[in-house]
Design a protein around this ligand. Structure first.
Ligand code: KIV
Ligand code: NA
Length: 266
């Protein structure tokens, strides 16, 4: 597989070619997913829940993120690697830069941070210093205690408008990608049309430029028994993990995933 670069991802958006992304936390899955054609691997701080068994992403340390990023980097063969900045590791532009440095040196090609327009200064600082940034908006799990639970965002038109405004402001500050989580499908589409950088959705409908799922969720592995509406089990009808990952990539690319049943309609 040829290496996926930010330029290539940008071109995919312009051409309307859907981008397939999965979370990934270790070398063997990185190898398997990249061979299966997954465009981007995200070392998500969901590892706090999926690997560590916590009930939120808040306990994850930057050290944890660096360790798993290094593991993924070793197994990867050509996918684009994004790593999450964990809780309270980017509360100032200076801290964001220091934290991102460690992730980039461990093998990340982009960092992801959660929040809105208030992050502009950090986004600018990172971009200026050679660190591409993905801004995660909508449901931002590090703020679960502010939201009062994992809830769908942007349902009221005022909030939806605010999210579109944030995306534009973040793009202007230099964000090279937007990730949007748990919003109505119509808002996912509006966001993708509002900015020229790729918009990747999870529970954000079929109108985004790409899709991401948590690896374990889409393989039908669950710790809590609770599966979000937007998840499809790609192991169904497949006889190997490799085949399941390939069928995920195919379904994202041909637009059959997400289907209406995986979307928040309003
Ligand atoms: O940490 C993570 O896995 C994420 C995805 C859910 C987008 O941020
Ligand atoms: Na995350």
């Amino acid at each position: 597989m040829t290496n996926i670069t930010l330029t290539r991802l940008q071109t995919m958006k312009q051409r309307g070619d859907k981008i397939a992304m999965l979370t990934c936390y270790d070398a063997t899955f990185a190898h398997t997913a990249s061979i299966a054609g997954v465009d981007m691997l995200l070392i998500g701080d969901t590892l706090g829940m999926i690997l560590q068994g916590h009930d939120s992403t808040l306990p994850v340390t930057l050290g944890d993120m660096v360790y798993h990023t290094a593991c993924v980097k070793r197994g990867n063969t050509g996918s684009f690697i994004i790593a999450d900045l964990s809780f309270l590791t980017y509360s100032s532009p200076e801290q964001a830069l220091m934290s991102s440095g460690l992730l980039m040196q461990a093998g990340a090609q982009m960092v992801k941070l959660e929040g809105g327009a208030w992050l502009c200064e950090s986004v600018r600082q990172l971009t200026r210093n050679g660190v591409p940034v993905c801004a995660h908006i909508g449901l931002t799990p590090q703020s679960v205690n502010v939201f009062g639970g994992f809830k769908v965002q942007g349902r009221d038109p005022e909030h939806a408008k605010e999210l579109v405004e944030s995306a534009k402001i973040l793009e202007e500050a230099g964000a090279a990608m937007i990730l949007v989580e748990a919003v109505p499908a119509s808002l996912g589409k509006s966001l993708s049309e509002a900015v020229s950088v790729p918009v990747i959705g999870i529970g954000a409908g079929a109108g985004t430029d790409g899709q991401v799922l948590v690896l374990h969720d889409m393989l039908g592995l669950t710790l809590t028994g609770r599966v979000p509406k937007f998840v499809r089990n790609f192991m169904t009808g497949q006889d190997s993990i490799q085949a399941a990952l390939q069928s995920y990539v195919a379904a994202v690319k041909d637009g059959t995933f997400p289907a209406e049943e995986h979307c928040y309609l309003e």
